[in-house]
Ligand binder design. Sequence first.
Ligand code: ARG
Length: 581
Amino acid sequence: MEYALDRFVAAIQAALSATDQVPTALIDLQTPKPNIPADMAFPTFRAAKELGIAPPKLAQDLAATLQFAPDALVGTVETAGPFLNFTLHPERLAAAVITEITHLGDSYGHDDQGHDQRVVVDYSSPNVAKRMHVGHIRSTIIGHSLVNIFRALGYQTIGDNHLGDWGKQFGVIIAAIERYGRPQAEGEAELAQVEALYARYNDEMKDHPELDEVARQRSLLLEQGDPQARQIWQWCVEMTLAANQRNYNRLGVQFDHMLGESFYEDMLPGVIQDALDAEVARRDADGAVVVDAMDKSIPTFLLQRADGATLYLTRDLATIKYRQATFAPAKMAYVVGQPQELHFRQLFALARAINYVPAAIELVHVPFGTVFDTDGQTISTRKGNMIFLATLLDEATARARTVVEEKSPDLSDEEKDTVAEAVGIGAVIYNDLYQDTRRNITLDWDRMLSREGNSATYLQYSHARCCSIIRRAAELPDAGQPADAPVQYAALTHPAEQSLIKHLAKMPWAVREAGTRYAPFVLADWCYTTAREFGVFFEQCPVLRAETPELRAARLALVAATAQALRNGLGLLGIKAPQRM
Ligand code: ARG
């Protein structure tokens, strides 16, 4: 896709190239620092050195010969010592950007850079028979937004929920259910009861060592496909999925696959053999399969225990092999918390060493930080301040409902519910995405639901304000301006208008950068700046009471474009933008 700013850059490159004074390979343009009154710069140092000319002289020579087409988006060209500075042509940019947004609508900001390529995003990935905790919530939210972003960039995305549905713990769960019976509840409450049975069994085991043996045996039976063990396990998987599904629906999350760890069970002997054949692993005297330290950052680890049991990592190794064979993706991303960094370093190094994935394929761990509660405490089951997804979303919506009640008393009850859900869920999502995901986050409801600071609520209100202006304009008698008259973009000369327009033009770049860096916050930042720029514009430039009908129409077009772009940006983050708040 070529957006207005791409055409601006391309025009500068082509014009510089056409002077025949600099080899194309030496033309690299830069975005100038914020204090420089230019939109793009060509620092001539490297080229000048290569050509044996003084940089300021080269800059001047170029400035004297550069030529642009009459409709180019380039406004002025000026030298500043060794720099050649370019500005955007304000009127042409306004026309280009606003018509681009209007024409592309919901797909403004989308791209085709990913054509024919696939991206696998491994996200959410909670454990069966447990409630989703804050870590899985972060993974779900970050992963969902990455899927949206890659899809918008034209990749075929494959979202996979890598359920933790295999491992020793199932022996205990099966034994516990056999001993105490199945819980009688629904949704997350049912999961909570299974967790309690699991804890109770572990407790009882302390005084009754024979229970340990029973659990071990159940684990073995499950692996061997014993019908009763399988049936209880299957029930656990299904009720976990059902409980989680409600949360996924509220977050708007849909997976393409939910291939849990158990799916790879049959492949495990094969991948262990592959590792042995590639001589990156060896079998110990006691039968364990060991991968020796590959270097200082990758200490030794196991692929199989002496008793034959496989590990989380073994199953992940099979997963990589399967994904490569099945999807042949260009990128595989894993959205998993920071504590698993070493796991992924080991996994990726091993997969490369066995040659499961060609070198050109990106294997990326997208790590994220911890969640702190309002008192600044880390959240953990042990401390008793654990927060589970459904509770979190309920609390968010309830608090949002209070805000809506207070700020938008005119809405109908039904509208209030819809808005509260969008605002509450939006607040939770944005709190996960507004800064680098590696940073820790805090559940600070006042900040999260504030109508002023950097919050989803603020962005949603800005969007709703745009929509309300457009609604009211439609109700006004048309002050002498025929509806189909061409919009006079040249009227948008106010610095606040110019600044907002330039910022809208940057959205496609923000989406691309968010994809390249696996960093939704780049897009969140763009949304936040959009809302602020709009705020300044709104304060300084009357829209409905603009001085002339032409100006009013042009400003309305800008407001509509802002709403559309902001809505698209929020949508890629997974946040809804109600029309009315
Ligand atoms: N179930 C794991 C956990 O809760 C996360 C799995 C992440 N994905 C993966 N392919 N390892 O810690």
